[in-house]
Design a protein around this ligand. Structure first.
Ligand code: NAI
Length: 333
């Protein structure tokens, strides 16, 4: 057995963490041969709830969990961590403007970026889930200058899973037969879910493009995109709480891709620092199609961007540039 790695989950007393702890602890993310020490960070008023979560972790009797460190102190939470799930953030309350949420949350990610910088391993892989996820990841990275920018990413895998499931349902095929459905841009309603490069496995071992299999580009360019963009709101309307089980599953999928790599000819949507690929402004955290090997991602290159896609990429990139400027002005106050 390998030496245990240290994995921090922030917002550990919240609803996503309640599912995510199980995904991580049973070996879905880092592998069933990798022991872990779980660091669980939340704010002081949540320490009682967190104690209950710690009791349940013990009662799950996970063989891979070699220690649990519940804390409200970032210097303890981020100490020597190998991987960080940054879930903790303030949820949007009724009547709250997006801007107010952004101001409150980017400050959390400024502080936690500084704590990562000071206490985490320099090789730490940081996944930001708390919203506005892309911009929080940008701020977190900015305030952790000793950790490579490439180690920070934000989650659009939930959107990718939603898009993949929707296409599988429409095609009446198993969800794992559909590959390379992409999410470009921001984890917000401006994101661009793109099935142009997606393919579906067919029974004789071959594959066919989703566009050909569906034969309904009108749906792919309209209802498909809108349904994925608005799925989070639909879940809130039904559940009266935001997506949690599916967000936790997606966070596990994202970190697994980073930690273990992506299979041959399978792409994953990761919101990572833009290097200017596809004429996206540099230095925003933008969701691109990526492949991962040796814990390093690279952006899939040379996809042809037609006018339809170009317009959508520009809209979501512009939103991220605006968010970045707002976030910087809040942090520099
Ligand atoms: P929740 O409200 O149930 O839990 C959040 C937890 O974070 C709470 O326990 C809270 O006390 C804690 N927290 C607040 N400030 C903190 C700080 N400074 N340090 C540590 N912990 C802190 O919320 P839930 O449902 O677990 O969602 C968490 C975040 O994930 C929200 O921002 C939500 O919008 C976002 N989200 C992102 C998705 C994505 O696809 N990127 C999908 C679904 C949710």
């Amino acid at each position: 057995m390998a030496e245990p790695i240290r994995v921090v989950i922030t917002g550990a007393a919240g609803q996503i963490a309640y599912s995510l702890i199980n995904v991580v602890a049973r070996g879905d993310v880092f592998g069933v041969k990798q022991p872990i020490i779980l660091h669980l960070l939340d704010i002081p008023p949540m320490m009682g709830v967190l104690e209950g979560v710690v009791m349940e972790i013990a009662d799950c009797a996970y063989p891979l969990v070699r220690g649990v460190v519940p804390t409200a102190d970032p210097s303890v939470a981020f100490k020597d961590v190998d991987a960080a799930f940054m879930v903790g953030a303030m949820p949007r309350k009724q009547g709250m403007e997006r801007k107010d949420l952004l101001s409150a949350n980017v400050k959390i990610f400024k502080d936690q970026g500084q704590a990562l910088d000071q206490y985490a391993k320099k090789s730490v892989l940081v996944l930001v889930v708390g919203n506005p996820a892309n911009t929080n990841a940008f701020i977190c990275s900015k305030y952790a200058p000793s950790i490579p920018k490439e180690n920070f990413s934000a989650m659009t895998h939930l959107d990718q899973n939603r898009a993949q499931a929707l296409i599988a349902h429409r095609l009446k095929v198993q969800v794992d037969k559909v590959h390379n459905v992409l999410i470009w841009g921001n984890h917000s309603s401006t994101q661009f879910p793109d099935a142009k490069w997606a393919y579906v496995e067919i029974p004789d071992g071959d594959s066919v493009s989703v566009s050909k299999a569906l034969n309904d580009d009108e749906w792919l360019q309209n209802d498909f995109i809108k349904t994925v963009q608005n799925r989070g709101a639909a879940v809130i309307a039904a559940r009266k709480m935001s997506s949690a089980m599916s967000a936790a599953k997606a966070a596990g999928d994202h970190m697994k891709a980073l930690w273990q790599g992506t299979p041959q000819s399978k792409w994953v949507s990761l919101a990572v620092v833009s290097d200017g690929s596809y004429d996206i402004p540099k230095d925003i955290i933008f969701s691109f199609p990526c492949v991962v090997s040796d814990k390093k991602w690279s952006i899939v290159q040379d996809l042809t961007i037609e006018d339809f896609a170009r317009e959508k990429l520009d809209i979501t990139a512009n939103e991220l540039v605006e968010e970045k400027e707002e976030a910087l002005s809040v942090c520099e106050d």
